[in-house]
Design a protein around this ligand. Structure first.
Ligand SMILES: Cc1ncc(COP(=O)(O)O)c(C=O)c1O
Length: 560
């Protein structure tokens, strides 16, 4: 069921308000007409001056477009004033939950607050207006910033070399495994090493990446404490294994306390030790994967260094590598070609550039796997991450991890009576509860609990992930939330657990205060009907716009 078809929220014509009518409960909902419904002929947000005579002459001098690609009629755009436009999109924006509006404990995603100073620096004209194809002499500031960020990432992770290029965490994984493959090929073992071992507590992108690169992903079970089963790992390691990809801390929020033995076993087998470092926010200043013997790790700048979550937009997932993988890094790499690195770094930390220092892009890397991203990556993200690291400093980064871990453990202890906790150990940045008791005893599922949380203005935790926890509720509070916010969350969660016992149907009715109730989320995401049917159009959702028709949202799809 699509948004337009949600019961009680639309007239089914495709012409109704995006969000109108009553929700499943009786609460008032926000009614915001579609922008087309606000449209009035000739109303304008902007009026352009008439074209000058010279412009008109220039236009008529152009060759005419062939009739086949010319519009027969003007596009039917909404005609609204600037104020109406502004209010409309502001109202819609307020229908979304956001970290700037409320608590967002979405485990694994680390919805941490993005400090506004990051945006300030990303907007500085010298950075914002630089172009990736500017010649090197004109790009010295941008190159310096990238070199310095890479230096900081080396310092944080303990790896001797870093590439900033990958555009997301999963893209960093791909880059890492492509380098692992290049390494094995360079040793004549490319054919023989066909498997990548992945613990069952890994992030889902790990086995997906291994498969994309052409490896067979082999699952290694966790032990009863949520760590890797060392015996099973040793048994699986052999001359056919290319790499181990371990998420550490894992998706259970647990630090792998046998990590030294894990890395030793992998290296002994001649395989590459890959650490998914997306959860580095939990261990900043406490554990350096490069020093622990890992060969490669990706950073998630959005999870650790507060760049915005891409949502499909630009992201960054740099990779750090050991000496033996460094030759295979993507090219080019921002490099310091004149100047003493120690002096340049020291000056930068003191707040100024170094006289005579010169930076360049090193593309002369014969063993490189090549480019994985156009130009040098998503530069705006580098500016934000650099700002975040510099504005916190090394002590600040340690405090971030301490606070993130403290907040997760506070919730672990406060909520472990209300919900089952399959792995009741000191956690790192996140804690995974189970709603299995509520399901077994009252028929209230984790999905019902998540929907009930929405009625309290809080974004639900991640649910049904990791897969090894039945009815999983994965909570990641992050370091920025106040004690009062955490206490409110505890009260909400305890309240829902109590309601599940006393009135399960009430939990199953949730949410009752949101603009729309329960949707078929898969259909809403995969088959959204976003077309507007104008007066005179044959049918809602059919012809009438320039967009191709797509299959109607199925009504048989189950609603959650
Ligand atoms: C542990 C872990 N690994 C990998 C990823 C994938 O990162 P991205 O979403 O940037 O591709 C994530 C994303 O949150 C993650 O939490």
């Amino acid at each position: 069921m699509s948004v337009a078809e949600a019961p009680g929220r639309s007239d089914h014509s495709g012409r109704g308000s995006a969000f109108s009518g009553a929700t499943a409960g009786d609460e008032l909902t926000i009614v915001e007409p579609l922008i087309f419904e606000r449209s009035r002929p000739e109303r304008r947000a902007v009026r352009f001056p008439a074209a000058s005579e010279a412009a008109r002459r220039a236009a008529t001098a152009q060759p005419e477009l062939p009739a086949s690609v010319r519009r027969a009629a003007a596009p039917r755009l909404p005609e609204v004033s600037e104020l109406e436009l502004l209010r409309h999109y502001n109202r819609l924006a307020h229908l979304n939950h956001a970290i700037d509006l409320g608590f967002y404990p979405l485990g694994s995603c680390t919805m941490k607050y993005n400090p506004k100073v990051n945006e300030w620096s990303a907007r500085l004209p010298g950075l914002a207006e630089s172009h990736p194809l500017d010649p090197e002499p004109l790009s010295q500031g941008s190159l310096e910033l990238m070199w310095l960020l890479a230096e900081l990432l080396k310092e944080v992770s303990g790896f001797p070399a870093v590439s900033l290029q990958p555009a997301a965490g999963a893209h960093g994984e791909l880059t890492g495994l492509l380098m692992a493959r290049a390494f094995h090929r360079s040793n004549g073992e490319g054919e023989q090493r066909t498997k990548v071992l992945v613990p069952d507590s890994a992030h889902g992108t790990n086995p997906a990446t291994a498969t994309m690169v052409g490896y067979q992903a082999v699952t290694i079970r966790s032990n009863e404490r949520g760590g890797i089963d060392l015996a099973e790992l040793r048994e699986a390691l052999g001359p056919d294994v290319a790499a181990l990809m371990i998420t550490n801390p894992s998706t259970l929020g647990i630090f792998e306390d046998q990590i030294d033995q894990v890395v030793a076993a992998v290296r002994e087998a001649g395989a590459i030790a890959y650490m998914d470092g997306a959860n580095l926010n939990a261990i900043l200043g406490r554990f350096r994967p490069g020093h622990a013997g890992f060969d490669v790790m990706h950073f998630n700048l959005h999870k650790t260094f507060s760049t915005p979550h891409g949502g499909g937009g630009p992201g960054a997932g740099p990779v750090g590598v050991s000496e033996r993988l460094a030759p295979f890094l993507p090219t080019p790499i921002p490099t310091l070609v004149a100047g003493d690195p120690a002096v340049v770094r020291a000056n930068a930390w003191a707040g100024h550039s170094t006289e005579g220092a010169r930076f360049a892009l090193d593309a002369d890397r014969p063993h490189s796997i090549g480019k994985v991203r156009s130009c040098y990556g998503n530069f705006g993200m580098f500016v934000r991450a650099y700002t975040y690291i510099r504005s916190n400093g090394s002590e600040g980064l340690r405090t971030i991890s301490n606070d993130a871990v403290l907040a997760a453990n506070y919730l672990r202890v406060r909520l472990r009576d209300a919900y089952d906790l399959p792995y009741d150990r000191i956690s790192k940045h996140e804690v995974v509860f189970s709603g299995r008791r509520q399901k077994r005893e009252h028929g209230v599922t984790t999905l019902d609990i998540a929907k009930a949380i929405l009625d309290h203005g809080i974004h639900p935790p991640t649910i049904y992930f990791p897969l090894i926890v039945e009815e999983a509720l994965m909570v990641e509070p992050t370091e920025t939330e106040s004690l009062e916010t955490l206490d409110t969350f505890v009260e909400v969660m305890e309240g829902i657990a109590a309601l599940a016992a006393s009135d399960p149907a009430a939990v199953k009715r949730a949410p009752t205060t949101t603009p729309v109730g329960r949707l078929d989320e898969a259909a809403a995401a995969r088959r959204p009907d976003l077309r507007y049917a104008f007066d005179g159009d044959p049918a809602a959702g059919a012809a009438g716009t320039d967009m191709p028709a797509s299959p109607a949202a199925p009504s048989e799809a189950p609603t959650a």
